[in-house]
Design a protein around this ligand. Structure first.
Ligand SMILES: [Cu+2]
Length: 456
């Protein structure tokens, strides 16, 4: 729907959003609870900024959903229709998020506000990590504003949008009151292009306990870390040692190939209070070192049956993967696949960004992967957990190890710099099927949107 947000002092900002706010409602569920999300497209017919038709496709990022519920870019729901998305929720506890994935307009639609977090809990995670008000979702985005308060949009010829205002949960540079205890932050970089390098003003460590696909096997203390769009990191911050009234800033050191402005070096701040701490909660002072293993992190390179290589590059003004774009997939009647792993097979995918000037956060749908190596060396400490987005910086090559399942069918892989994705750095792979096989989970056929007459 369209709504008006109060982001700036004295001005209002028209946005597009789920249920009236940006970010949209956080959905919180226990592992094993199947869910149906009905997305009713009550958006205006056209986007107010560029007039494109406001169809939507909704992707639950981090969920191994069937292809017809995965937000396939061309499986669009037009204004006036709804679609029921069925989510299996069988995976380990993790931080997911849902956002628009409509073909060619994902960047502008997500930027306009179509994004929100989704949390999956399980008993081990509930035992080990802070819960409730100490389990805090931080959705970080950037924006640029016109004088009248409306959102500006300039993606620099599809290379990216870098806003000069940092928003956390839709508010610029907020301040949060915290008690003298350990907090868990689920940090989602929701910027459509900008990457972040969070760090604390006190020099204290950020303790990484979770990555895109859930808990890391071993916690990692870092002074700062590189965080691209769509990546999720779960971070513990220990406020026990600070004085009442002390302010601690979460700052942004930035990375190569971003465009930075005067105040994009700040994210938010924490004010420490003297409020009594509930020390009967065992997570109040716990900084776990060993957490839990997971299937993707237990895989070994020796299990791989195939190594595939993918080059990320720009040619003739289009962003491409192995010299192909999503336009080629469309032109093939959605048949063309860049890879065809067998069901439950383990493969190594090597992703190379040879060109200078850009970084590409590459997202592979369906799977969680392990980063085997980065430029021939170990993965960075913060990314030693199950992942579904990998930061492929300028001149970098990463090797990823993953198992393809549990579903068969066609899934997307794409850059999560969303202007790159829209123009047109997206491909698809086909799991467990040959091109000529019948596909009961054909994302363009198997679950169609329905005209919304308002009665259900
Ligand atoms: Cu890219």
């Amino acid at each position: 729907m369209a709504a008006v947000a109060q982001i700036l002092p004295r001005l209002t900002t028209p946005i597009l959003c789920y249920n009236g706010s940006f970010p949209g409602p956080t959905i919180s569920l226990d592992r094993g609870t199947k869910a149906v999300l009905r997305v009713r497209n009550q958006l205006p017919a056209q986007h107010p900024l560029d007039g494109h038709t406001l169809y939507t496709s909704t992707h639950l990022h981090g969920s191994a959903s069937l292809p017809q519920y995965d937000g396939y870019a061309d499986d669009i729901t037009n204004p006036g229709f709804y679609k029921d998305y069925r989510y299996p929720n069988f995976q380990h506890a993790r931080t997911l998020w849902y956002h628009d994935h409509g073909v060619h307009f994902t960047a502008l639609n997500a930027y306009s506000g179509l994004a929100a977090q989704y949390h999956l809990h399980d008993p081990l995670e509930r035992q080990l990590l802070p819960q409730g008000r100490y389990d805090v979702a931080l959705t970080i985005s950037d924006a640029m504003f016109a004088e009248n308060g409306s959102l500006g949009y300039d993606d620099n010829s599809h290379s990216g949008l870098w806003g000069d205002v940092i928003l956390v949960n839709g508010r610029p540079w907020p301040v949060m009151k915290v008690q003298k205890r350990v907090y868990r932050f689920r940090i989602l970089n929701c910027c459509i292009s900008r990457s972040l390098r969070p760090t604390l003003s006190t020099g204290a460590p950020l303790v990484i306990v979770g990555t895109d696909g859930g808990m890391v096997p071993v916690a990692q203390s870092v002074a700062n870390y590189r965080h691209a769009g769509a990546e999720r990191y779960e971070v513990l911050i220990d406020f026990r040692k600070y004085a009442t009234g002390q302010r601690i800033e979460l700052r942004n050191l930035s990375n190569n190939n971003n465009v930075d402005y005067d105040f994009t070096n700040k994210i938010m701040a924490f004010d420490v209070t003297g409020d009594p701490v509930d020390t009967t909660d065992p997570t109040w002072n716990r900084i776990p070192t060993t957490l839990v293993g997971s299937e993707p992190m237990a895989l070994t390179a020796a299990q791989s049956v195939k190594t595939r290589r993918f080059r990320l590059q720009r040619s003739n003004g289009l962003w491409k993967i192995n010299d192909a774009s999503w336009q080629d997939v469309i032109a093939s009647g959605y048949k063309r696949a860049i890879a065809d792993p067998a069901l439950n097979s383990v493969e190594i995918w090597e992703i190379e960004n040879g060109s200078g000037g850009w970084f590409h956060p590459l997202h592979i749908h369906l799977v969680d992967f392990q980063i085997l190596s980065r430029n021939g060396r170990a993965a960075f400490p913060h990314e030693r957990g199950p992942k579904d987005v990998v930061y492929v910086g300028e001149g970098e090559t990463v090797r990823l190890l993953m198992k393809f399942g549990p579903h068969q069918g066609r899934y997307m892989m794409h850059c999560h710099n969303l202007p790159h994705e829209d123009h047109d750095m997206m491909a698809q792979f086909r799991v467990g099927l040959k091109e000529t096989d019948p596909d009961p989970n054909d994302p363009m056929v198997a679950a169609r949107p329905v005209w919304d007459d308002g009665t259900s």
